[in-house]
Design a protein around this ligand. Structure first.
Ligand SMILES: Nc1ncnc2c1ncn2[C@@H]1O[C@H](COP(=O)(O)OP(=O)(O)OP(=O)(O)O)[C@@H](O)[C@H]1O
Ligand SMILES: [Mg+2]
Length: 281
């Protein structure tokens, strides 16, 4: 695997954003480019749906400086990744059981020290994932918005990238930009796409086709082949999502039969069916 040097966005210093060797675990990073499109909502509810389907799931809040997975799950963590990273707590003590039956590692909020990738953050993230991933069938990384070096490094730790986009042109433009960076920097050959807040059935398939055409034209992978975009499903815009977030409940628990929850259950089935069989660690 190549070690791709990059430049820290804040310091201008070179920071290595390296794709790591394939791990024994299925690590799926949820990303989007644009903020506020539903990454955290999808990570939490997809984790609940995968757990229902019999998988052991861990969600790591990789939005290290501006975390809010705890808010969505109505958790008040005593220990966060920040405590672990600064040596104040053991990693085991930061693992929290979430309402949906899965485990979470929560991060802190309002922490400017996580706005750039330092060697400490880098090593701590690697250590955390290497230690915990073998215990789970799936690890979901709920990343922050944008393409900062912290976000890109979290993405480099994943075996699969799940891009979340809404049908809005701004979201699609940012999703495309993030994909382009991931192909060039991390030599990704394929990525998965879920369209959130879809207005009509069929939106996602059409959008995936359009994005694939642009990728074919302007972005080529190391082998010269186009990057393959795999449509994983659509989640409709649904008032029940907003209601669940306001009540700080999992949609899969509060209204499991609403259209968005049914779509997430389908997404989980699709994700589960596409998981490669990994050798035991
Ligand atoms: N399918 C949907 N239907 C209706 N509203 C939705 C849907 N998905 C997300 N939302 C709304 O969008 C809000 C933002 O979602 P969320 O916090 O998951 O986005 P995010 O991508 O994680 O944001 P950030 O980039 O800040 O981390 C939710 O609180 C919810 O109100
Ligand atoms: Mg989020």
């Amino acid at each position: 695997m190549s070690d791709v040097p990059s430049t820290s966005t804040l310091t201008g210093q070179p920071t290595s954003i390296a794709r790591r060797p394939s791990s024994h675990a299925n690590i799926i990073a949820v990303t989007s480019g644009k903020g506020g499109v539903g990454k955290t909502f999808i990570s939490a509810n997809l984790a609940a749906a995968l757990t229902r389907q019999g998988l052991r799931v861990l969600v790591l809040d990789a939005d290290l400086g501006l975390a809010n997975l705890d808010v969505v799950l109505n958790l008040y963590p005593k220990v966060t990744l920040h405590d672990v990273f600064t040596g104040r707590a053991a990693l085991e003590d930061a693992i929290v059981a979430a309402p949906g039956g899965f485990h979470v590692l929560l991060a802190g909020s309002g922490m400017v020290e996580y706005s750039r990738l330092t060697p400490e953050v880098r090593n701590q993230l690697i250590h955390t994932i290497d230690t915990l991933a073998p215990r789970y069938d799936v690890v979901l990384l709920d990343t922050g918005a944008g393409i900062s070096d912290v976000v890109l490094f979290s993405l480099s730790l994943a075996s699969e990238i799940l891009v979340v986009a809404t049908p809005e042109p701004t979201s699609l433009t940012d999703a495309y930009a993030a994909m382009k960076v991931l192909v060039t920097q991390q030599k990704r050959h394929s990525m998965r796409l879920v369209i959130n807040q879809a207005a009509r059935a069929g939106d996602g398939r059409a959008i995936t086709g359009q994005l694939q055409q642009v990728l074919n034209r302007f972005v080529s992978t190391e082998s010269g082949m186009p990057m393959r975009l795999i449509h994983m499903g659509d989640i409709p815009a649904d008032q029940a999502v907003r209601d669940a977030v306001m009540r700080r409940q999992l949609l899969m628990q509060s209204t499991p039969a609403c259209p968005a929850a049914l779509a997430i259950a389908q997404l989980a089935t699709r994700v589960k069916s596409t998981l490669p069989k990994r050798e035991p660690a």
